[in-house]
Design a protein around this ligand. Structure first.
Ligand code: KE4
Length: 430
């Protein structure tokens, strides 16, 4: 039995391998961590994906968190259809880019100015350039297992697909780019303080996923983010919250609102594009106004702020203004995580789960997981077997133990029950 995709997925994958490196346009999709043939999907409907062989799955990837209202949400589709009928990109200002920027600034108090780009990677890359320019320093401190996109300086001990493929770093990243990247341990303030003691006032910024979603799901330990804020302020470094994943997913003002921390810069992506290619970075006006053409720091993009993506993002965020939406997302995440934990318990299988807002994670491990070092000790073989058991039972999980699960407002009790039944049958095979 070829695990993973069915006959048509397999045929398309074979064709893809002949013209696309690895047959995919983003490595983590290739099932390398779990084996088998990647599933090719024809369409999405609410909480479900339908593959090219007509099989339906409960989707817990949701385009890696980008789809928070469910696939093909009727209002998003209708608004996008209206926008696209007026043209797709002008390379000039359009009304919705102002409206989306206003919405983000109103909803995330630390953001007074925001610049739209076309991916999370671009947002992070630009925020780092801005931090270096603003502080006139060169070093950037990141955390082992955190993933911030594929800009050279961030491909150092990164999570997500880099960890999935067990790439220590990436060839092609010149030592000059990597040597200015310092790496600390997530949830370990002493490791951060030590690097500041060592590098003094040469650190331009600390960049962090305030909730680590690229090594499974690891919430910040009590006091960790507060400690980062204190250390960066003490040393004159900027604190960058990479909220590409958590922004508008874990709460109306993202993780910074949830944990009450004010970063200097924030990066966004995924949800703010409503499924279209959008990233953004923002922060205090006195920092952001260093960006060209207001200031000297250059950054640009042909499709930045295009009317269709802006309309999709704005329509999506306008459906997320009621805080009750996040209470529902959070309780639904717990329903999935608890179903998993209960099934594991009934089979005597060691499993750890974690939940933050509209995302949850799990590890096959006896030990609790609070850092990359603990995440990488989880049982990857057991994860791979569980992944395929779930896939066979109609649930599409992220194909890597170093990713988080994402739900949408379209996920409900029937999806939880389907998930529970699938987990019960998958766990029998472990
Ligand atoms: P993109 O360039 O993929 O839009 O965003 C990069 C990025 C930046 N920061 C954080 C915290 C992120 O999670 C990401 C991208 N997330 C991964 C999923 N773990 C995208 C999936 C993929 O690489 O295919």
């Amino acid at each position: 039995m070829s695990r993973g995709g069915g006959t048509s997925s397999g045929a398309l994958y074979e064709r893809g391998l002949r013209v696309i490196p690895g047959g995919v346009n983003s490595p983590v999709r290739a099932f390398r961590a779990v084996g088998g043939v990647p599933v090719t999907f024809e369409r999405g409907e609410g909480a479900h994906l339908i593959d090219v062989d007509g099989r339906q799955f409960v989707d817990l990837v949701m385009s890696w968190g980008a789809i928070i209202l469910g696939h093909a949400h009727p209002v998003v589709v209708s608004e996008v259809e209206k926008a696209v009928s007026g043209g797709t990109s002008f390379g000039a200002p359009c009304p919705d880019e102002v409206k989306l920027a206003e919405h983000i600034c109103k909803t995330v108090p630390s953001v007074e100015r925001v610049r739209m780009v076309s991916s999370g990677t671009e947002a992070v890359m630009s925020a780092i350039r801005l931090a270096r320019a603003y502080t006139n320093r060169s070093k950037i401190l990141k955390f082992r297992g955190c993933y911030h996109g594929h800009a050279d300086s961030m491909l150092v001990r990164a999570g997500s697909g880099v960890a999935t493929l067990s790439l220590p770093d990436s060839p092609g990243v010149p030592s000059g780019a990597a040597e200015d990247t310092l790496v600390a341990q997530f949830n370990n303030l002493d490791s951060v303080a030590a690097l500041f003691d060592e590098n003094q006032d040469n650190i331009a910024a600390v960049i962090i996923e305030p909730v680590a979603g690229n090594m499974g799901l690891i919430p910040p330990a009590e006091g960790f983010l507060e400690g980062l804020r204190a250390l960066t302020s003490e040393w004159g470094a900027l604190l960058i919250f990479d909220e590409v994943m958590t922004g508008f997913r874990v709460g109306p003002s993202g993780a910074q609102g949830l944990f009450g921390i004010t970063p200097d810069l924030t990066t966004f992506g995924k949800v703010i594009g409503g499924g279209f290619p959008v990233g953004a970075f923002g922060g205090r006006a006195e920092i952001m106004d260093q960006m060209a053409p207001a200031g000297p720091v250059y950054q640009a993009g042909t499709l930045s702020g295009n009317p269709v993506a802006m309309r999709a993002g704005l329509t999506t965020l306008e459906h997320l203004t009621n805080p009750a939406v996040y209470e529902t997302l959070g309780s639904m995440s717990y329903a999935f995580a608890d179903a998993l934990a209960n099934e594991a318990k009934s089979f005597g299988i060691a499993l750890q789960t974690s939940v933050v807002g509209g995302m949850f994670g799990f590890y096959f491990a006896e030990h609790t997981v609070n850092s990359w070092e603990e995440a990488e000790m989880c049982d990857r073989e057991r994860f791979a077997a569980f992944f395929h058991g779930m896939l066979e039972a109609g649930v599409y999980l992220p194909p890597s133990p170093f990713e988080a699960c994402f739900i949408s407002t379209a996920h409900g009790d029937s999806e939880v029950e389907c998930f529970r039944v699938a987990a019960s049958s998958a766990m029998k095979t472990l």
